[in-house]
Design a protein around this ligand. Structure first.
Ligand SMILES: *Cc1c(COP(=O)(O)O)cnc(C)c1O
Length: 242
């Protein structure tokens, strides 16, 4: 499959249209206004040329899950002034790099990372919006760490405090990935509850980042404000998993 040229643009245009139709239908079912739901194009494994195509079609919020891939792509498209979202598990030693290009980090899962991101953002004269990633994998309650990252629901407010107190960070809200073989509706219902508790403490932390290509309807039904769509916009990534 070619990744450049008019055919690629038309394909992505059609994919965006189909995704927006799904979003509108899900919003109608949920009694929500589609303008409450933002779409983030997750561009991992796809080239910077696709980022340009997305931007040309109005998708100016883009996401990546690995710094090694995100940093050069953000640099190649710096002229576009995009809003970069970092959505993957993040090692503290990458905080400096991520804080140099990201606007939003969805995957803050420990106080040490929040501090590192805040200190690096401050040093670069930037502000970062951070979301607390919530672990919705009920296995972790039995002591098995869920494979998808995040803090347990009971620890979310404590970590939110660490973010909110840093001068260079803004607490945006919460994020989660539905468990691989669970019911996404039940998982996102739990996330919505946790988001409500965070909002009780921090009324401006209204973001619920939930919903990917396979489960965006369930996420919209449970109050998602930001969808992270890769496959639905750019096509199947094949055997490479993120
Ligand atoms: C890859 C990825 C997505 C997008 O997944 P799709 O199923 O391709 O839409 C969303 N969120 C995170 C954290 C990801 O790593």
């Amino acid at each position: 499959m070619s990744h450049t040229g008019p055919a690629r643009t038309e394909q992505i245009r059609a994919n965006i249209r189909a995704a927006r139709a799904r979003i509108e239908e899900a919003c109608e079912k949920a009694g929500r206004d589609p303008s409450e739901v933002s779409l983030i194009g997750v561009t991992k494994t796809y080239p910077a040329s696709d980022v340009r195509i997305l931007a040309s079609l109005g998708v100016t919020d883009v996401g990546e899950n690995r710094d090694q891939e995100a940093a050069p792509k953000a640099a190649e498209t710096a002229d576009l002034g995009l809003n970069w979202h970092f959505v993957g598990q993040l090692q503290t030693n990458k905080a400096r790099s991520v804080a140099s290009y990201a606007n939003v980090v969805h995957s803050v899962d420990r106080a040490k990372l929040a501090r590192a991101l805040g200190d690096r953002a401050a040093a670069a004269g930037r502000r970062l919006t951070c979301l607390v990633q919530v672990n919705l994998d009920t296995d972790s309650e039995a002591g098995v760490i869920g494979p998808r990252g995040g803090v347990d629901p009971g620890d979310v407010v404590g970590l939110a405090e660490r973010i909110a107190e840093h001068e260079a960070l803004t607490l945006g809200g919460v994020m989660a990935v539905a468990p691989r073989d669970g019911d996404p509706d039940a998982a996102f219902a739990r996330l919505q509850e946790v988001a409500g508790v965070v909002r009780d403490h921090y009324p401006r932390a209204t973001v619920i980042s939930a919903g990917m290509s396979g489960d965006l309807e369930a996420a919209i039904g449970r109050g998602a404000t930001h969808l992270r769509l890769g496959t639905a916009l750019l096509g199947s990534r094949g055997p490479i998993v993120g």
